[in-house]
Design a protein around this ligand. Sequence first.
Ligand SMILES: Nc1ncnc2c1ncn2[C@@H]1O[C@H](COP(=O)(O)OP(=O)(O)OP(=O)(O)O)[C@@H](O)[C@H]1O
Ligand SMILES: [Mg+2]
Length: 248
Amino acid sequence: MRKASITHLEEMDYSGVEALNTICSNLIFSGRDLKKIVITSCTAGEGKSFLTMHIAQNLAQRGNRVILVDADLRRSFTIRRYGLETTGEWQGLAHYLAGYDDLDDVIYSTNYENLYFIPTGRDVANPVQLLDSEHFGDMLDALADHFNYVIVDAPPVGLVIDAAEIAKACDGTVLVIEYNKTRRRDIIEAQKQITNAGCPVLGCIINKVTFDSLSAKKYYNRSYYSHYNNEYYRRDSGKKSSKKDKAR
Ligand SMILES: Nc1ncnc2c1ncn2[C@@H]1O[C@H](COP(=O)(O)OP(=O)(O)OP(=O)(O)O)[C@@H](O)[C@H]1O
Ligand SMILES: [Mg+2]
């Protein structure tokens, strides 16, 4: 198997990491039949590739064998963006779907344990023909036999038909929504397109939420953590007192 090194993984802040852990736990508990997951959004730049890489890496860190498939065949920046390095020329999805390479030749192991990667290989002017072929579905099925999760990075569903074609071959879709940007009617339209393709929408990730916008005061001081202010949990009470103690 060929090797690739990820030399630069964008960092997330603390709240981002917490949210990512929750997202990945939810995916894991969505059922064992959920293996092929496509990540898309309504418009460009909402954070699909960023989240795809982080979700794949998080699932791999938990001991799952994960393969990230870069299926944005029109304009992928993954290799440059994550400083991916390999020896020789990159071979990828486009090469495999066009019949130039075998599947084994386009799978790269990475320097992250359990994380594997299929790059796009090269940009393609009209990828629908490739993605619509039975080879794409067969390829994802073959990958699902060898990996616990197949995470697919797709182009935006609202702009090109590719994402719906990809969704046809997947078990579930995660829709990325940029906070305060994506319009409601675009989200509804995207959901329609994906479900018409026969793929359930597992859920949405509201991305690029700034901490201020969440109103930290409401989140931390009131309902969510209010029970930690309960006297049973106070450090200075020595140990957590029982209701019996309190009644004395
Ligand atoms: N949660 C996040 N925290 C910090 N930066 C983010 C986050 N999500 C996305 N970004 C940044 O936003 C920019 C766009 O993200 P990304 O390229 O992943 O979007 P995309 O949906 O894949 O775009 P495209 O439609 O062009 O493929 C990148 O610079 C990325 O680093
Ligand atoms: Mg992208």
